[in-house]
Structures are given as C-alpha cells and as structure tokens.
Design a protein around this ligand. Sequence first.
Ligand SMILES: Cc1cc2nc3c(=O)[nH]c(=O)nc-3n(C[C@H](O)[C@H](O)[C@H](O)COP(=O)(O)O)c2cc1C
Length: 371
Amino acid sequence: MLSSGPLSPKGRALGHVNGHRPFIHRKIASVTASPAPLSGDSHRFCVAPMMDYTDRHCRFLMRLLSRRTRLYTEMVTAAAIVRGSDPARFLAFHPSEQPLALQLGGSDPVQLAKAARMAEDWGYDEINLNVGCPSDRVTSGRFGACLMAEPDLVAACVAAMREAVTIPVTVKTRIGIDDMDSDAHLDAFIATVAATGCDTFIIHARKAWLQGLSPKQNREIPPLNYGRVHQLKRSFPRLKLILNGGLKTPQGALASLRDEDGTRLDGVMLGRAPYDTPYMLAEIDRLFFADTAPMPERAAVTEAYVAYALENVKGHTRMHNVLRHIINLFHGCANARTWRQTVARIGQEASDPRPLVALARQLEEKRVLAA
Ligand SMILES: Cc1cc2nc3c(=O)[nH]c(=O)nc-3n(C[C@H](O)[C@H](O)[C@H](O)COP(=O)(O)O)c2cc1C
C-alpha cells in the first residue's frame, strides 16, 4: 500500500513510494480515441445503453480502450429530441465515439421517425428502439418493455423509422414480460417486427416483471436464459441476434456466442461489467475482432482522457461529471483504492486533473515491477 497516497498535498506526483527505489518511467505509447472503420461484424461486441452512465464522456473513455466496440447512448425519448428546444443536448457526440447507436424510447411512429431522421443528420450509425426498460415511468408513457405486448405497434414504429432513415434501425428487447413469456409469444413478436425489414435484435436474456419489481431487480431476479436466445437464432437464422444480460468477462462473453449444437449468435452486449471494470475493453479488439494492435495501457488512456477533460470541462460540465467514469480504471490492481480516492478528490475539488497521469504511470509501473 502506498502510505499516504502517491500525491503530495499540493498534488505533485511523487517519484518514489515509502522510500523504496524510484520508478523508472517506461515510455508509454500514446492512445487516441480513433474508431476503426465500420465493418460488417461491428455488433460482435457492444456496450449497453445505461441511463446516467453511458453519457458522451463515458463513451469517449470506452473508445480510448477499444476502437471496435459498438457504443450505445443512454435512452433518449423521441419527444425530448423532437419537442425540446436544445436537441444538441441529447444528440451531440464526439466523432471518435463511432460506431455509435442512439437509443430511442417512444411509441409514436411519427415522432420516432422525426427523431431518427434528426439523429441520422447528426451522424449516428444506428437507431435502436428500447423495448426492454421496465421502469414505471417508461411503462406509463407506453414505451420500453411493455411494448412487447404490442408487436404491431412496435412494427409500425420500426417501419416508420426505417422509412425515414438510411442507417440501420435495431430493437433491444427481453425474452418476455409478466405472463407473456411463452416461446410462441417471443417468436411472434420477433417475426412481426422482422417483417418490417429490421434484421438486428439485441436480446436481454431474461423476462421483465412490470408489476412489483424495480428496474434494478428486473436486471437481477428473473433468471437468465441464454438457451432461449440460441433457440431464437435457430428459428430465425437470417436475423442478427446479440446476446445481453449477466455477461461478466470478455472470455465468457465470447464463449456464450456458441451453443453446444454449434448455433452461433452474432454478438454480445455488456453493460455493468465494462462500466465497473473498464479495462476489460482493452482486450476486446484482439479477442472479438482479431485486431493485432497492441492493447492500450492504462497510463496512456489516462493521459488522453485527462486532455479530453481539460478541453471539455466548461459551462455546465463539471470536472466530476467527466472524471467519474475513470474511477474504476485500475479496478483489481494494487492500489486501486488510491486511484479511486484521488480521482474522487480531484473531481470534487474540480482541481487540475493532470497529476492523474503521473499517478497512473506510477501504478502501472508498480504493476509491471511486481509481475
Ligand atoms: C444503470 C443502468 C441503466 C440502464 N439504462 C438502460 C437504458 O437506458 N436503455 C436500455 O435499453 N437498457 C438500460 N439498462 C439495461 C442494460 O442496457 C442491460 O440490458 C442490462 O444491464 C443487462 O446487461 P448487463 O448484465 O451486461 O449489465 C440499464 C442498466 C443499468 C445497470
């Protein structure tokens, strides 16, 4: 353990820890947030839309870690985009975030089509319709998971959006809701929506209980059923099916693509795991896309993210809002706590984030020395 944290009270980085020998700084390859060119298999690994988490700062960080992962915005209602006075608030993004999907919530085909068109104009690569959120607020607005009970309406929404844009329109859904969780119901739902020409479905492999469970419980209590998603792939081999729910590691996610009988899903979507352990994304390009580029190092990622923070903290964007996403970067490493505390303090004080770069180097090199 570092005795009093690796930063001096003035925030200067210390060159040594507890009087032990100084670190020898290796040269660290710099990292830029540059997406790889779009390819047909870019749904192979996706990071899930997560309200209050996958904002544009979070997505910039994720892009520093993986050039190929497909990123999703938090859900934005079509009404907020179409009726609001400031669409940039919902639609603006950094070009490096691409491939990037905008997730829309809504059930009015006309409004969804307008919002989708605006999103295409802003440069999004995909529109995703939320048919999986179980929250009361969303259900009372007649969107999210409750729409599984209205396949014809979902089909009308998807058809209207497909008519309005040239980019792909996809659907994120569950394997059922309440007592409407039979194989026949899910198959009929997918068939009805796919008949519009929509060919990509992200399936959260558990049902949602719309009465009595909170959104958090609905991500934990109904059991996962990956077999049901593989079964769907056997029934609809031409559709692109992306598996979501409870996947924790890149290796486990890769293994879950293939079923015992050889059925192969087209991709995976992970949410909580990459947020809690962002450095797992550094493995994704190699593992899922056979990319041979070296993995970015945490210190280089920190350097690029700190530069981004310095550029982007202005107006309503506070340092804390940007830095909060990097707090788990050293998850599982020695001295992760020191990192978390330092990031939290700099975020709260809104002080200069540049000492984080020196700290990241120290932590990384300690890791290398200990290896
Ligand atoms: C904090 C939080 C916010 C979420 N917000 C959304 C959302 O806006 N839209 C959506 O489709 N799903 C949302 N989800 C669900 C995730 O996209 C994903 O389906 C779910 O977490 C299961 O995947 P995981 O086990 O890999 O996290 C959210 C999940 C969490 C934890």
